[in-house]
Design a protein around this ligand. Sequence first.
Ligand SMILES: [Zn+2]
Length: 313
Amino acid sequence: MDGKTCIRIQASYRIKTTMIKKGLLLSLLIVAGLSWMPCLAAQLVEHVFIISFDGGGGAPGMIEKNEQMHCFHQMVKEGASTWTARTTKPSITLPSHTSMLTGVGPEKHKILWNKWEPEKGLVSVPTVFSLAKAQGLGTAMFVGKEKFKHLKLPGSVDTFVWPHPKSDAKAVAAAVGRLLAQTNPSICFIHFADPDSIGHKFGWGSVQQEAALLDCDEALTQVRTAIAAAGMESSSVIILTADHGGHEKGHGTEDPVDMNIPWVAWGKGVKKGMHLIAPITTYDTAATALWLLGVRIPADWDGTPIKEAFSFQ
Ligand SMILES: [Zn+2]
């Protein structure tokens, strides 16, 4: 072998080695890319409504005992339910609702305060709204308290309504009706503040709170009517729940009177008349909503979907 032949062989060897390396690198990049890409799950329903009755928990709660709340109790009969789901600690409004709508406990979402404090900024973890929005879904929040602004991440909520100064359940429900007549969001959070505000004033279990809960039931009927009028009923799931219960004129303890909350799923694919046995925590609400909408659930979430409530496989 002369010198030139040897050089040609070495050059050919280097080209082949480079090609193999490039091929391996490309394969690795493809595998890495596939494992990084979110697993797109099937969308099981078109719309999820999460309706929270602020302070409507307990052991047993006022809603459970109040059979005059015909709409709520009818949905219990037609849905999958438990009266002993649990909120997160502390059992107060903003930390609990943040868990309900972010899928994680307070130690992760770090919202431990309970009023609108703009200097503290917005929630630092993704919400059901930001994750749904990232997948191109429509989002809406209707709230009875200003503090929910802490959950409104930029660009994540298409419609945010706090009907101040009249922000009772019926005003909130009327606002929901106006939106649904125009557009049909994929995920819609509705908050009825009345049982909590009346409970703090007159006490949990007072006749005044009982009346406030009846107002909320009428508001729930308004929302149901609006959903039906918009032609969304057969493609929706409605989750009825609460952020905490209460005793005397307050809440916030780890006692079941404060920690127990109702959790009711109603609508498309829900097993009718089912009593849910497995433990449910309020952050499972967020996971259930994302699962139903086919949105990937973040790996670090504490919440998991309550699949046993549904006939979907
Ligand atoms: Zn509350």
